[in-house]
Design a protein around this ligand. Sequence first.
Ligand code: GTP
Ligand code: MG
Length: 203
Amino acid sequence: MTIKSAEFVISNTNVAKCPKDRIPEYAFIGRSNVGKSSLINMLMKRKDLAKTSGKPGKTQLINHFKINDKWFLVDLPGYGYAQVSKKKRAKFQSFIEDYFKQREQLVCTFVLIDSRHDPQKIDLEFMQFLGENRIPFCIVFTKADKLGSAKLNKQITAYKKKLLNFWEELPMSFITSSANSFGRDEFLNFIEQVNQDVAKDFN
Ligand code: GTP
Ligand code: MG
């Protein structure tokens, strides 16, 4: 898929205020600092479309970006960031939960996992939440450039094997690096395919 345009539309903490357009939407979620905003920039070939930071907790709102005038990418705050106060964290969680439960346009969620990490409780719980609410998701292994290919493959194979303790079937997964654009074509082709598959539901 060729990216012809990518524009920021709106940020907010209230799903009722998200754009009303009836177009397919894809959300990026995962632990703080896993690389959600960087992945959006990599896919769009834009340096600063989504704001990134070396420090966790950078993205704090629901951010809508309209792509090719036809679909949305949504950058969300990360979960599992201990530095945010408990009250604020609870508030985060409730608007993120509302977003996932109420956003009808959401056709696929990308759960980002740092390629270097073993399965962590918070990620497994989040996937369980998505499953319970029948929200389709894929796993995206990020920061692939940080591991050599042998180590990377070993780590991802082990991750998937552990997931099979909780899931009968594995979700689709992608391996990406925002540092060297690894995985970009495959990722965008997937979105293009889903856009075609769901087109009939958006008329
Ligand atoms: P929050 O908004 O805080 O939830 O974080 P985020 O998930 O949006 O992470 P962000 O994209 O801001 O990236 C966090 C840090 O990881 C930044 O320093 C990025 O430069 C770095 N980073 C992200 N993706 C990659 C990658 O693929 N490779 C490498 N080497 N670094 C990455
Ligand atoms: Mg971010």
